[in-house]
Design a protein around this ligand. Structure first.
Ligand SMILES: NC(=O)c1ccc[n+]([C@@H]2O[C@H](COP(=O)([O-])OP(=O)(O)OC[C@H]3O[C@@H](n4cnc5c(N)ncnc54)[C@H](O)[C@@H]3O)[C@@H](O)[C@H]2O)c1
Length: 260
């Protein structure tokens, strides 16, 4: 039996609580959130996260905000394993290095979901043997599905005025994009972690705002290896305009947790 605490009582948190309660191998013993919930009295506020409350938990699942990992990641790893649902926070190399070293010292697992990233295991294997030469992850969503920081916010506002034409909001390293779109590109951060030989600086991110994406989020993954080796996958993830996360990503997330 894995004793689990969930941090974040939003869309993903509520989904995971409902599904994990059906699993005989998991027991949800704590739910933490920024605010209390009128509908669920089990939800406690973040100020009650401390070593003594963490001591009887095996795994903390963060599905709230990248800031939670900055604020509580070390304390959690000193006491239990950590599943990071907002891995865009790991683009901060100082945080990444610190969590890795605390995890090693206390012999804890640090896990990230593959999210909407297709082929993570294959890419991980190529990275480990050094045959992964380039990885490009392109995400294409409806303009209303983005939550962005400046200057991408302003670019996307202009993209909203277009009826047909897609706008490239960003092309560059995953590291550069994560702080500008922390809620939208967890999938790319997962890719940068799988592609361990390239990392956040070496994996290329392309973010496209497209008014034609009224039914899907599209994630394209182009992996390149030696002698012209290439794999290109296109994942069409059903999602209505305004949805930050595609429906099937919720189930992918659940499988990643069950897979531990
Ligand atoms: N890895 C993936 O594939 C993937 C997929 C979907 C969502 N996510 C990430 O998971 C997290 C939750 O997603 P969601 O769709 O459930 O979001 P949501 O907005 O529905 O819920 C977030 C919850 O966390 C709380 N919260 C928000 N900011 C907080 C903060 N700074 N400190 C403390 N609590 C805070 C909110 O009160 C809310 O209850 C987000 O960071 C999102 O980017 C990752």
């Amino acid at each position: 039996m894995v004793r689990v605490a969930i941090i974040g009582y939003g869309h993903l948190g509520k989904f995971l609580i409902e599904k994990l309660r059906l699993e005989p191998d998991f027991e949800i013993v704590k739910i933490w959130n920024r605010t209390k919930s009128e509908e669920n009295e089990e939800v406690q506020t973040l100020d009650t996260i401390n070593a003594s409350n963490l001591s009887n938990i095996d795994l903390v699942i963060e599905v709230a905000h990248p800031k939670i990992i900055h604020d509580y990641g070390q304390l959690i790893l000193e006491n239990c394993d950590l599943f990071i649902g907002s891995p865009t926070c790991l683009a901060d190399q100082k945080l990444f290095d610190n969590l890795k070293s605390v995890g090693t010292k206390f012999n804890r697992k640090i896990l990230v979901p593959s999210g909407a990233f297709w082929g993570a295991n294959d890419i991980q294997k190529m990275a480990e043997v050094g045959t992964l030469k380039n990885l490009t992850v392109t995400m294409i969503k409806h303009p209303s599905s983005f939550k962005l920081g400046s200057p991408l916010f302003e670019k996307n506002e202009e993209a909203k005025l277009k009826k047909e034409e897609a706008t490239v909001l960003y092309e560059g390293s995953v590291r550069g994009l994560c702080p500008l779109a922390p809620n939208n590109v967890n999938t790319m951060a997962g890719g940068a972690i799988a592609a361990s030989n390239l990392g956040f600086d070496g994996v290329t991110a392309k973010l496209i705002s497209d008014p034609k994406m009224t039914d899907w989020h599209v994630v394209e993954v182009l992996a390149e290896g030696p002698d012209g080796f290439q794999v290109l996958t296109t994942r069409k993830n059903p999602a209505k305009p305004g949805a930050v996360t595609g429906q099937l990503t919720y189930f992918s997330f659940l499988s990643s947790i069950k897979g531990i």
